[in-house]
Write a protein that binds this ligand. Sequence first.
Ligand code: MG
Length: 398
Amino acid sequence: MILRNPPMTGGVNKECAKVEGSVRFPMIITDVEAIHLRLPEVEEIADGTQDVLVVRIHTDGGLVGIGEVTSQSYVCKAIFEAPRSAERRHGLAYLLRGQDPLEVEELWHRMYYHTNRYGRRGAAIHAISGADIALWDLKGKILGKPVCELLGGAYRKSIRAYASYLFGSSPRETAELARCAVDLGLSAVKFGWGPFGKDPQADLAQVEAVREGVGKACDLMVDAGHAWDVATALDRARLLEPLKITWLEEPLSQDDLKGYAELCARSPVPIAAGEGEVTSWGFEELIERGLHVIQPDVAFCGGLTVCQEVSRLSREAGRRCVPHCFSTGINLAASLQWMAACPDGNLVEYCLRPSPLMRHLVRDLPPLVDGCVIVPEGPGLGIELDEAVLERFRVSYS
Ligand code: MG
């Protein structure tokens, strides 16, 4: 991605306005909402379905784009709503109002550059992700096309899914969970966290239990949850290799890039990482360090604009790109549109958590059918929000 420094001037030239069919061009962004949704009880566990920030971008043509931020919602809401300040420290809503919603990539650079005194990485990029998803949704609605077509083509109508589970407290409990995954029709599963990572023989017993539960044909991934240093990760990779694991995820700290370079060169199983990474420049570094599987989260890493670029970089380097996706149906729909647009986009994470923000915020959540998820076909992301669910879980700031 080439960095551009867009000026603060710009926006829409109303002199050029024209009408095609019932749609008036150019449209102008009139308002940006950052809506915080939160379950009444939020547990301190790695579950992104408990608290999210929904983004809605409105236009003078009446069309509305929908996006989502999976991060610290209170902080990201403030990043949207912060008023104009000195140079390059503005809020996102201020930067988007009055702009042409069709210029999605230009607007990404506008948001990135004009927040760079406090942004560049971290929460500002997470917030930009939500705005970017909403802008792609809006562009699809304006042009009457699904996002996957705007991103380069619709290569497939459904994407193979994998579900993520926490390891059970015992191998027996883990084997039961694994059998549940098979009963749902999944042909790929991931287990991680929980008691995993502390003892080699206990870890081996846990992964053996998964393999026994899912059978030989199922793809099996293991998420180590940043548990080890390089030497330990290498030992575990060798120990688990006979169980035919598809990838070993985040065995090291997200910041141990030197360690990943060493591990990736020597590991007998593919190494995956990237759910904590942002911007295409960050992913470029992961690819250079040798990561085999790259895992951007579209509602965190910078949005579809970044994901599209990361897929291209991964493909060119001969690596695999698989979305991290564990929040609401908005994230799922965006991930499906992105994968459908990739020639090699053949796997997506499918969250099975019971949270109403995951299961009901999006009407007609893309279903799991024979181990695959159907890509929504309507314009934009192809989804609609349930306003009653939105209002029920909306956090009041008044
Ligand atoms: Mg993970």
